[in-house]
Design a protein around this ligand. Structure first.
Ligand SMILES: Nc1ncnc2c1ncn2[C@@H]1O[C@H](COP(=O)(O)OP(=O)(O)OP(=O)(O)O)[C@@H](O)[C@H]1O
Length: 312
């Protein structure tokens, strides 16, 4: 059974002169304890998707089912018990922590807001959480500015863990950090995922980071999923031209590099206000043919392409 199932998820923003089709019909599932990576270039709709999953943003269409319950349009009060199970970690550890609150107060906030009194008290639970994420529990009374970027992200992770969630949406959790610190935070997330059996929707533009953390990967382009599958399938046998192009930009993706060299995508990503007809990727695709302009490829066998690589 899936922990999370997303069907036809859509978000259109009204804009001057039309609508921005930020997310345009996503289907995917996440099993308990599984990590799904959502990858794609800037503006493809990753953050909008993540915010809809935790109900920070109202979908325009489609369904979000969490533990067999349709939560697509649940209001604040009905959502409250589910908030405990469904948490989000934000990209920017600087912006997401209130600078006027101590770290102890920040991490305790989900407990106090939800009226939860852990055995042994809130302070003890917060100190356990700080320890769990590799911070000194004695730094309970310090303020965010007294911590480094990586430590602040650990505070954000401790806050997300306070309610013992089953699923965490992590929106670019390491991209604001120095490369040397990124690996430490990813290792922490991996350890927590294993020890606590957490499921993650891990949003990133960096495919190298996703490879280290995710068991399954969904590649997004202009509001749609163009390829979804097991990590090794995606990285070793990518079938969509867009996935191949993204992978070829990572140094040391050996097989692709040898055979094709770096694939340079021509042109900019089209605007989601007026996406191309047919296959949305066709305006940048070196394999595009007439049918790509007229017919939208269905997501068959995990790939949305008329001419997937490896197909006969
Ligand atoms: N509130 C909004 N109103 C109008 N358009 C929006 C709004 N929020 C996002 N968009 C647009 O929706 C599209 C998807 O944005 P989103 O932030 O989800 O992409 P992303 O893949 O997360 O990009 P990034 O990696 O840069 O954060 C973009 O074209 C963006 O400009």
């Amino acid at each position: 059974m899936s922990l999370l199932a997303v069907e036809g998820l859509t978000k259109h923003f009204p804009a001057r002169g039309g609508v921005v089709r930020a997310v345009d019909g996503l289907d995917f599932t996440v099993r308990a304890g599984e990590t799904l990576g959502l990858v794609g270039e800037s503006g493809c709709g990753k953050t909008t998707t993540g915010r809809m999953l935790v109900r920070l943003l109202e979908p325009t269409g489609g369904r979000i089912v969490f533990e067999d319950r349709d939560i697509t349009h649940l209001g604040g009060r009905a959502m409250r018990p589910l908030r405990q199970e469904l948490q989000i970690i934000f990209q920017d550890p600087y912006a997401s922590l209130n600078p006027r609150h101590t770290v102890g107060r920040i991490v305790a906030m989900p407990l106090t807001v939800n009226g939860i009194r852990p055995p042994g008290g809130v302070k003890k639970r917060v100190q356990e959480l700080l320890e769990l994420v590799g911070l000194n529990p004695e730094h309970y009374n310090r303020y965010p500015h007294e911590f480094s970027g990586g430590q602040r992200q650990r505070v954000g992770i401790a806050r997300a863990l306070a309610l013992r969630p089953k699923l965490i949406v992590a929106d670019e959790p390491v991209s604001a950090l120095d490369v040397s610190i990124q690996a430490q935070v990813i290792n922490l997330l991996r350890q927590l995922q294993r020890d606590l059996g957490l499921a993650f929707v891990f949003i990133a533009h960096d495919l190298a980071v996703v490879r280290h953390f995710c068991q399954r990967v969904a590649v997004m382009y202009l509001g749609r999923i163009v390829e979804i599958g097991e990590r090794d399938e995606i990285y070793e046998r990518p079938r969509h031209p867009y996935t191949r192009a993204l992978l070829s930009a990572i140094p040391n993706v050996a097989k692709l590099g040898e055979s094709e060299g770096r694939i340079r995508l021509s042109g900019d990503v089209p605007t989601p206000m007026n996406p191309p007809s047919g296959c949305r990727f066709r305006t940048r695709c070196w394999k595009a043919q007439d049918v790509c302009a007229t017919e939208e490829p269905p997501l068959t066998g995990g790939v949305a392409c008329h001419f997937p690589e490896g197909a006969s």
